[in-house]
Ligand binder design. Structure first.
Ligand code: SF4
Length: 310
């Protein structure tokens, strides 16, 4: 049985729009995430090792959102809503709860633009509403002429290999099904791309693996690929660092020592690695004609942040 809660608020106004994700606002219809990715940055003592056990549905989400967007629209404060930043909007449970679908109806009513970020293929269920949002959304004035659409759809991948994804993203839709869903989004004329986050060192960041992934994204017609490296947090039993290190020891024992050196006492990969990865991804972006951001920002705009979302 799903666990239902009454949320105090649902629409979060971000302090500053991230130039990759364009998040003026974020909404999380669920508390926790049953996709249970080992590297997930929301992990920690709050959700435990098996995040699906603490998953909760925000029962009053639609009413809260209606109220919040009524006020924002009245003041003309239109901006992209990112769905979601700390859960996936298309968890398995969404088939029954339909909370995300109801939130889309509210977003459509108030004509806010939307950026969906997901590791699921369930999004195809909501093409009817997404199409209407796309046609009716009012873009924030500073993005008019820059943002390509009132609806953006980003599929997140740490790999396109189903077996490897099963280890690191055990509850998410297999990447092969995500790629099929991407193709359907693109056929439906939705501006759709990839957040290649996080790339797993020595696993999905190898030249061979990167070429395979970029080839797959190019074949389905992705509009952009935004890459980021792995960050790991927490030394407690449910911390992402502990869970990823355990998976590496079990499934990739030859990499244990390398990962230990990278992450012992640290959360991010070393600068030399980040520089090399950035250079490699720039080359691949050119080679596969896959831009590394949604918006082709004018030269004066600061470089994109690398804060990873879902
Ligand atoms: S990374 Fe995203 S999809 Fe995976 S568990 Fe975290 S919130 Fe869910």
């Amino acid at each position: 049985m799903p666990h239902f809660i009454q949320a105090k608020s649902i629409l979060n106004k971000t302090k500053r729009r991230d130039s990759w994700f364009l998040d003026d606002y974020t909404i999380n219809p669920y508390s926790g995430c049953s996709f249970n990715c080992l590297f997930c940055y929301i992990r920690g003592s709050k959700y435990g090792v098996h995040m699906e056990e603490k998953l909760a549905v925000k029962e009053n989400a639609a009413a809260l959102l209606d109220k919040a967007l009524t006020l924002r629209a009245r003041k003309g404060q239109y901006g992209y809503i990112v769905l979601s930043s700390a859960t996936d909007p298309y968890l398995q449970i969404e088939k029954d709860t339909r909370i995300t679908r109801v939130l889309l109806e509210v977003i459509l009513k108030h004509r806010f633009p939307l950026h969906v970020i997901t590791r699921s293929d369930l999004i195809v269920r909501d093409f009817d509403l997404l199409d209407e949002i796309k046609n009716q959304a009012i873009l924030p004035s500073d993005l008019t002429g820059l943002a390509p659409s009132g609806v953006l759809i980003t599929f997140s991948f740490s790999t396109t290999n189903d077996a490897i994804a099963h280890i690191f993203e055990p509850g998410a839709t297999p990447p092969s099904a995500r790629l099929n869903a991407m193709a359907r989004c693109l056929s439906g004329d939705f501006h759709t791309g990839v957040s290649l986050m996080p790339l797993l060192p020595y696993i999905s960041d190898t030249s061979k693996h990167l070429h395979e992934m970029m080839g797959s994204f190019q074949r389905v017609g992705a509009r952009y690929v935004m890459p980021a490296s792995l960050t790991l947090f927490g030394n407690g039993p449910s911390g992402s660092k502990v869970l990823v290190m355990r998976a590496i020891s079990k499934h990739f024992p030859d990499l244990t020592e390398k990962y230990r050196r990278f992450f012992e006492g640290k959360t991010a990969m070393p600068d030399y690695y980040l520089d090399a990865l950035q250079k490699k991804m720039k080359e691949l972006s050119r080679q596969y004609a896959l831009p590394d951001s949604i918006i082709d920002w004018p030269q004066t705009t600061p470089e994109a942040d690398s804060e990873a979302l879902s």
